[in-house]
Write a protein of this length. Structure first.
Length: 182
């Protein structure tokens, strides 16, 4: 199964993110917005894992000892021409700490994952992905009004192991395990 670990985003913020994604489709047909029910903050992408590895991931997640924290989302940015995202304005350092803590737990459990402590983790919420070429100037011009947009704040109270099933209509996510933060 294809899996990842994430922090869920409340529905009212997911709706705001999805609305911007929907507006982006008017800019270019090769901009694929993230569906509202799929908006999240990814902590670790695991790739293809077995059922036994999923059980080890659950065990590693149970060992997370971190207090909950506030996340505030604002500003639309891009990773080059491939990804449009909302920046984590508050809580980014706590998310990085959580990312490293999970990485350490995975190392202790012998769990392989995509990336490692040497990979720079940038906490974000994906709005849309670009499939193919897009005029960078046109994209940045479109995003300019969102440069200082506020999407809201929420408490990160848990991390979630999710299964991702790829379909012709986009990925479908299923919660497999939730670990509450303190």
């Amino acid at each position: 199964m294809r899996a990842f670990i994430a922090v869920d985003v409340p529905q009212e913020i997911r709706a705001k993110v999805a609305a911007v994604g929907a507006e982006l489709t008017a800019l270019a047909s090769n901009l694929v917005p993230v569906k509202e029910d799929a908006v999240h903050v990814t902590l670790q992408f695991l790739g293809e894992i077995s059922g036994s590895t999923a059980a080890n991931v659950e065990s590693a997640m149970q060992a997370i000892e971190m207090i909950n924290f506030e996340i505030s989302l604002s500003e639309i940015k891009t990773f080059g021409r491939r990804t449009v995202y909302v920046n984590v304005a508050k809580g980014a350092e706590a998310l990085r700490e959580l990312y490293l803590h999970i990485s350490e737990q995975f190392d202790a459990e012998g769990i392989q994952f995509i990336g490692n402590e040497y990979t720079k983790y940038t906490p974000h919420v994906t709005v849309a992905r670009v499939k193919g070429y897009i005029d960078k100037k046109k994209l940045f011009s479109f995003l300019q009004p969102y440069a200082h947009a506020e999407f809201g704040s929420f408490m990160a109270e848990a991390v979630v192991l999710k299964k991702s099933t790829l379909t012709a209509h986009g990925p479908l996510y299923e919660e497999l395990y939730k670990a509450k933060l303190l």
